[in-house]
Unconditional design. Sequence first.
Length: 212
Amino acid sequence: MPLDQNPRGRQAIVVTSAFNALALLVGLLRIYTRVFIVRYFGVEDGFTAFVLICSVGLTVTIAIQAKYGLGEHISQLSLPTIENSLKAFYASLIIYNLSLGLIKLSLLFQYKRIFPTKRFQIACWIVMGIVSAHATWAVFGSVFACFPVDAFWLKTKEATCLNQRAMWFTNAAINIFTDLVIIILPMPVVRSLNLEKRQKQALIAIFAIGGV
């Protein structure tokens, strides 16, 4: 479907591209600072770089979906158009779940570097294990959503598929839980620091924004 006939598709491309451009700008500035000014490139920076690549890939998949009718009612689309849109959607699910896991691991590795206390390090490793297990489950659940795999976009094909609604709700619930844990995790350490109240509040706000 031509984009000039699909205003919702155009809106999706504009919004996604704008946020992706902002993320790329911030991410590249971070990497530049770490490499050329701080002269230290840690594991968390490697994860961040990979997530930036994934964000570009996700934007591309959304643009492809828009080309093939994203935002339009399914009754207005031909079967080949629906199949092409679902192929892009399939790819976007894999990239999305991988990106979420990696960006959370990036934050946790950064926490480990900033706060070297033994108890906090153990807490980070535990949360990293949960995040890694969830990300692995989510990615594999996206890749093998149907058997055979191409039945995800070939709806006329006989197949055995996972309950997508249950998968998405479970995935969302676990993501919200791990997000909250990552936001809350450094708060007790920050409160215990020998700093003025305003400085502690500023640090807590910075970590909360980073978690979001």
